[in-house]
Design a binder for this molecule. Structure first.
Ligand SMILES: [Zn+2]
Length: 315
């Protein structure tokens, strides 16, 4: 598949993202492409029940949270635009109410791609203010200098917040809060308080080493700090629904953090000893974890380089 890259920002994206993710991200953000990035007709939406009235949906892209009840449907993220009909069908199977609110955890296309379709259906899109800035600033129309059309604007969040906000919906208290720059600088987590469930977006994933989006001021050290925050705010019954991967418990977050601390300390020791990035890479500071965690776009090399650069710039 061939894609025309029109401007500098897109070229930067191309360098930083795996091609598939780039294409998916642009498509998700509303850019019209001749061909879809994958065959979405093969994707099936799987509905998983976590608690009474609460589900998470798997399809292709970030996991979707669905809270049902008398007031309507509250969703977290909406995957890719071509999947909106299938997602709508899956939601209809568990609720006969309309989708009223969708919180976007972050700006990546596999989490916000369905925004326009659901907004057209009447859903109100809600997100951190940095997410809206990012989508409005060129990612939606692939041209930062050009004003968005009325339709393109519909894919953007209508309501944004700075630090935290609360929904009181379907008899539940839902706490949406911003975390420090980690996966991106516009990440939200969504805590369903009485259900003791937290949707983490991509700050927490179980499919590879953590991913910090350099395009959006992401930070691996920030991710580690947020893991500590997740540990502090949870108990051993809390369920974390990651952006990608397995529903996890606090002990899983603790284990990932412990691993990252081990790797970080080794890299820090290398920096103290005056080692270059190449020398630190040669020491293989993540070696015993690589079989499980070095995967996809976040290989051991990517993780170590990110940590090294962040630690080095902190000195
Ligand atoms: Zn992401």
């Amino acid at each position: 598949m061939k894609i025309m890259l029109k401007n500098r920002q897109t070229n930067t994206l191309a360098r930083l993202f795996k091609p598939a993710l780039l294409i998916a991200g642009l498509l998700g953000a509303g850019v019209l492409l001749a061909q879809p990035p994958q065959d979405f007709s093969k994707v099936e939406i799987k509905t998983n029940k976590l608690a009474e009235g609460f589900y998470y949906l798997e399809g292709s892209g970030g996991q979707i949270g669905v809270l049902t009840g008398d007031d309507g449907v509250f969703m977290v993220d909406d995957q890719y635009a071509p999947l909106s009909d299938k997602i709508t069908a899956a939601v209809k199977a568990i609720s006969n109410k309309p989708v009223r609110y969708i919180v976007n955890t972050h700006y990546h296309g596999d989490h916000v791609g369905g925004n326009l379709n659901f907004a057209k259906g009447g859903a109100v899109i809600v997100a951190h203010e940095n997410l809206r800035k990012r989508l409005a600033g060129g990612l939606t129309n692939n041209d930062p200098g050009k004003a968005l059309t009325a339709e393109q604007r519909m894919s953007l969040p209508v309501i944004t917040y700075e630090n935290a906000m609360d929904f009181h919906f379907n008899g539940h208290d839902i706490h949406v809060f911003h975390v420090q720059p980690s996966h991106t600088d516009g990440d939200s987590m969504v805590q369903f308080k009485d259900l003791n469930v937290i949707m983490t977006g991509d700050v927490f994933r179980t499919v590879s080493y953590p991913r910090a989006d350099a395009m959006a001021n992401g930070s691996v050290l920030g991710i580690m700090a947020v893991y500590q925050q997740m540990i502090d705010m949870s108990d051993d019954k809390t369920l974390f629904v990651p952006g990608h991967g397995d529903v996890s418990k606090r002990s899983d977050v603790q284990a990932q953090l412990k691993m990252l601390v081990t790797i970080r300390d080794r890299i820090q020791a290398g920096i103290k000893a005056g080692k270059t990035l190449e020398q630190v890479q040669a020491d293989k500071p993540s070696t015993e974890f690589d079989a499980r965690w070095s995967a996809g776009s976040v290989t051991n090399t990517v993780l170590v380089e990110g940590m090294y650069n962040e630690l080095k710039s902190k000195k």
